[in-house]
Write a protein that binds this ligand. Structure first.
Ligand SMILES: C[S@@+](CC[C@H](N)C(=O)[O-])C[C@H]1O[C@@H](n2cnc3c(N)ncnc32)[C@H](O)[C@@H]1O
Length: 205
């Protein structure tokens, strides 16, 4: 019998899938397949004009989102210079450079100072910083806009079922603070899903 809940057929081009697999084999982080599927689905449903991504890495998720929604423009931020340069190359390769503002730097600095507004935010940077970013993310998100955050259950540690070492304490605590803050905020509809490394999807009311 087919396990329908475990079918994860990616809706990305063969070229993008090949590039994604190449980076994964090199140990460069990219969204897990079920999470990428979910991201693509929500971008497709929301059909945003302006997407903000925190954590570009090599551009795989950015390219997937822009390929899903052809009218969308993307602002994406990456702190690591090598990944940033690789992402620039990849956006060019997929003919998307004119729809992307790719920034090299710390997401926190960008979030503090920007006045831009977005109708979709994909949060995929440093997990321990999500809670610090939240006030700015809420400010930058338009009414009806969607916040999609990856890794929020962090290897099962955040829900308490899996043991973790002291080294992960700060990340786990900060992710719990982030989830508590979104869940208790009446300005958001939200759900947390055990998909991939755990995702939170919230809509600003
Ligand atoms: C999980 S990876 C992103 C994967 C990418 N979104 C994808 O699915 O293809 C997280 C990225 O966030 C970047 N990052 C970490 N801290 C950051 C910060 N403070 N500002 C911007 N980017 C950051 C890391 O260098 C890393 O490339």
């Amino acid at each position: 019998m087919e396990k329908y809940s475990q079918i994860n057929k990616l809706r990305i081009s063969k070229e993008l899938e090949q590039l994604r697999l190449k980076y994964i084999s090199q140990g460069i982080p990219s969204l897990k397949t079920p999470s990428l599927n979910e991201l693509i689905l929500h971008v497709s449903i929301k059909s945003p004009d302006k997407i903000l991504e925190i954590g570009t890495a090599t551009g795989i998720s950015g390219i997937a989102m822009l390929s899903t929604c052809e009218k969308a423009k993307l602002t994406t931020i990456e702190t690591d210079e090598t990944s940033y340069n690789e992402a620039l190359k990849n956006f060019e390769l997929f003919g998307l450079s004119d729809r992307v503002t790719c920034r090299h730097g710390d997401a926190g600095d960008f979030l503090n100072f920007t006045d831009a507004r977005f109708d979709f935010i994909f949060l995929d940077g440093a997990k321990s910083r999500y809670v610090d970013y939240l006030p700015d993310l809420k400010r930058l998100l338009l009414k009806g806009g969607v916040l999609f955050a990856d890794n929020v259950l962090f290897r099962g540690y955040v829900d308490g079922g899996v043991k973790y070492t002291r080294g992960d304490n700060a990340i786990v605590n900060n992710l719990r603070r982030f989830l508590n803050a979104v869940i208790s905020d009446d300005d958001f509809f939200c759900s947390v899903y055990e998909i991939g490394d755990g995702i939170l999807i919230a809509q600003k009311r």
